[in-house]
Design a protein around this ligand. Sequence first.
Ligand code: ATP
Ligand code: MG
Length: 657
Amino acid sequence: MANGDNVARTGAIEALLVEQRRFPPPPEFREQARVKDRTPWEEAERDFQAFWAKHAEAELHWFRKWDQVLEWNAPWAKWFIGGQLNVCYNCVDRHAQSWRRTKAAIVWEGEPGDSRVLTYQDLHREVQRFANVLKSLGVQRGDRVSIYMGMVPELPIAMLACARIGAPHSVVFGGFSSDALRDRIQDAGAKLLITQDGAWRRGSIVPLKQLADRALAECPTVEKVVVLRRIGATAGAQMVEGRDFWWDELMADAAPTCPAEALDSEHPLYILYTSGTTGKPKGILHTTGGYLLGVHLTSKWVFDLKDEDYYWCTADIGWVTGHSYIVYGPLSNGATSVMYEGAPDWPEKDRYWQIVEKYRINVLYTSPTFIRTAMKWGTEWPAKHDLSSLRLLGTVGEPINPEAWMWYHEHIGHGRCPIVDTWWQTETGMIMITPLPGVVTTKPGSATIPFPGVQAEVVDEEGNPCPPNAGGFLVLTRPWPAMLRTFWGDPDRYVQTYWSRFPGRYFTGDGARKDEDGYFWITGRVDDVVNVAGHRLSNIEIESTLVAHPAVAEAAVIGRSDPVKGQAISAFVVLKAGFRPSEQLRDELREWVADKISPIARPSDIFFTADLPKTRSAKIMRRLLRDIAEGRVLGDTTTLTDPAVLEEIKRQYEETE
Ligand code: ATP
Ligand code: MG
């Protein structure tokens, strides 16, 4: 533990949890891996621009080569200046013109059990037609297109068609409310909206078109609306004459060929709003060349993608993981990307494992939240299925608790599959801190080391590097190709949010510590740090300790204001199936934390709950739990998965007060 004086001086976050387990890459894995040794890191450290340029040249198709690799006027970056390329061409045409023409590009599983396969040739045909549809509705290069759809193949088709003609898309998660959609359409100033009649979710219909209509009443910039039929008559979509058009009817009339436009490397590719875990979502702008290179190379190396793989990322395309690692990264590599429409517990709690078995998935990328939920449901669900096809597992979205990592390793990977814990953000566009699975020995709970070419550091309040194991602020100290370029329409906020805290360095908003091997341990968002009697503690470490108790599946820890200690620790705990809340268990858990990490981390109170409030992108929203614990009016809840969960916690919490 860092000593108290040191903490007081630097405001650092104390590191309490020590993890000793080590998992070197299995020899069979290493032998076949795309990256087998440290060469990429060595090359990148010799000259990081030359490193990125080498792969941009070898891996991507350019209509015109760049004149200059990077122009860096901090915090403004331009990559591959003068270069011209097209993201859709890279993701579709070049494969449709190769032997991959007949290979599955997208393998789709509908929630009701229907399925579709699109080869690269199919995708090429659909994307060209839809690009012509966009043009026929007046969409031109630079116009923004909002997309509000469920997880259907037409969603990536729409995105790729936008990229083909240089119209930046803004995908809004299909689970969002009309208000959330309205705010995002207005912010992006979209000219066109693409939606669908309805989407399947847990056996019922989300009436997307109706929700969209409500939003559109306040979105004067939107001139036309394209509506996909997914559900049919029951969704009750009302079409507005002259404004709304059915997808299938437009496609039937569309011309079959549409060339991919040669776009400037810095041409805007998309705007995507962050999850809103900490507050109002930010419209992140990603551009063409650097972004594509970043997601291409990370997909290839982190997921060790091979042509024969079935690769499945369970994220929703409505958030950045889906953009980068369902659509752009895998397709640029000519991979087979699996897409699932619905809920993980529909019709039963083994749906994911059933999909793994059905398609013989090789690489699975999911979230710690899902893993903890699966832990709560119990091992009998994965045990029913043949998971022997899996060779590599990944996680993203939150720090993974070491015990959740171990559960994933044992019950899903059967001890055989390396796990890549990937740290990154909407803003970074690409995976930034991660093991490469054939090279890096993993430690449960650590995202390990920066991807080749990426430079990260842990610094104290003054911006000085922290000594090993002292917690501080995670910053990125060098530009990277897939970095956000700005906030859409708000450059000042871009500078303010990321570049003013530590000038010249990108401030991530996350806390971390670096151990003696140079491994990064993300300690959570700096806003979530708990301050007890002068000790700054990582909520994640306390949560991980709770999750390590046999009765606990999930935990959220917050600091609630306390007249004596500054803050007191409140823990919200979800038990595994088969365990019941009791006074005895409450005391046991408090002692468990005191014992395993430190008496200063002992929760003042433990509150048992059936679920935790989560964002649509599977993150625990601790700020709302803080609002409840401190008796405040709830903050922005628009990005919650299920507001009812929060209401229930609030009701129970107030009852026990
Ligand atoms: P907002 O910025 O609007 O509050 P958000 O940060 O939740 O929303 P995202 O960009 O989707 O939006 O999430 C990025 C954040 O997720 C990271 O900053 C980090 O806190 C967390 N995260 C992602 N992957 C990991 C990981 N492997 N380990 C630890 N934390 C992670
Ligand atoms: Mg964020």
